[in-house]
Design a protein around this ligand. Structure first.
Ligand SMILES: NC(=O)c1ccc[n+]([C@@H]2O[C@H](COP(=O)([O-])OP(=O)(O)OC[C@H]3O[C@@H](n4cnc5c(N)ncnc54)[C@H](O)[C@@H]3O)[C@@H](O)[C@H]2O)c1
Length: 257
């Protein structure tokens, strides 16, 4: 097993990619702390995992004190964190102009201050808050660590609206800056940039937005959560031991760089 004896904390573990990553990690022998804004979904994920030494907790990653409190609980349970998957995120906030996009073909001028800043608080501040707490524990224990940040093809290319793309590009900036800083402590930081993956997030997006993307994808299909979970296992494991500050984009060829 590739992750035996490791403690892995997965944010946004109550749904979609976070749930699938948690399942793959548990199958590879990790003890998983599954955390989510919706504690009942985190608990549901915990109950699905292979093995018995998993943990579930609530967190709002956009709230620094909620993140500190949650890490305190995970620390009390396991006394270490070896892997962090910064997966929690949203692609849509009320007031972000998506409704007008469908009607008018444009979104930016309809996006409210709150529609922009709230999404950034979850997708960017949340990644930073969790990364900082995980790093404190990893450094205290002196153990090598792997941090995986969930970006998107929206962070690499023209696909995505102004707030979502800005947030996912920022995640790549966080990844590079912290990888450069933390390498000497044996902490690797990498990002995954998924293409269109079938999860509750994309189920909420209407056909006119998704269909052209699938049509433009050389492999001719949307991705499945397992396409991302296997990538996360690779980046979490020793198989990627010389890889840091990088992104990998499982996207079916939609974006090539
Ligand atoms: N599905 C895709 O096509 C796709 C593509 C590229 C990137 N991503 C990214 O992958 C990640 C997971 O997406 P998904 O498709 O599984 O979405 P999802 O909506 O199925 O799951 C997201 C999870 O994050 C949780 N969450 C939201 N806000 C939170 C907060 N403030 N604090 C803690 N948890 C919070 C939700 O409760 C939910 O369980 C996101 O960061 C998303 O931007 C998804």
């Amino acid at each position: 097993m590739k992750l035996e004896n490791r403690v892995a904390l997965v944010t946004g573990a109550g749904s979609g990619l976070g749930r699938e990553i948690s399942r793959h990690f548990a199958e590879e022998g990790a003890r998983v702390a599954a955390v989510d804004l919706r504690p009942e979904t985190a608990e549901e994920t915990r109950s699905m995992l292979a093995g018995s030494s998993h943990f579930a907790a609530a967190v709002d990653v956009s709230d620094g004190s909620s993140v500190v409190e949650m890490f305190g609980k995970v620390d009390a349970e396991y006394g270490r964190v070896d892997i962090l998957v910064n997966n929690a995120g949203v692609d849509h906030i009320p007031g972000d102009g998506r409704d007008q996009l469908l009607e008018t073909g444009q979104q930016t001028i309809y996006m409210s201050d709150e529609g922009f800043t709230k999404l950034m608080a979850i997708n960017v501040n949340g990644v930073f808050f969790c990364l900082r707490e995980a790093t404190r524990i990893m450094q205290r224990e002196g153990n090598p660590g792997s941090i995986i940040n969930m970006s998107s093809i929206a962070g690499l290319s023209q696909f995505g609206n102004v707030s979502y793309s800005a947030s996912k590009s920022a995640v790549l900036g966080i990844t590079r800056a912290t990888a450069a800083e933390l390498g000497r402590f044996g902490i690797r930081v990498n990002a995954i940039c998924p293409g269109v993956i079938e999860t509750p997030m994309t189920a909420g997006v209407t056909g006119p937005l998704i269909a052209p993307l699938v049509k433009a994808t050389p492999l001719g299909r949307v991705g499945q959560p397992a396409d991302i979970a296997t990538t996360a296992v690779f980046l979490a494991s020793d198989e990627s031991g010389f890889i840091t500050g990088q992104w990998i984009s499982p996207n079916g060829g939609l974006v090539m760089q």
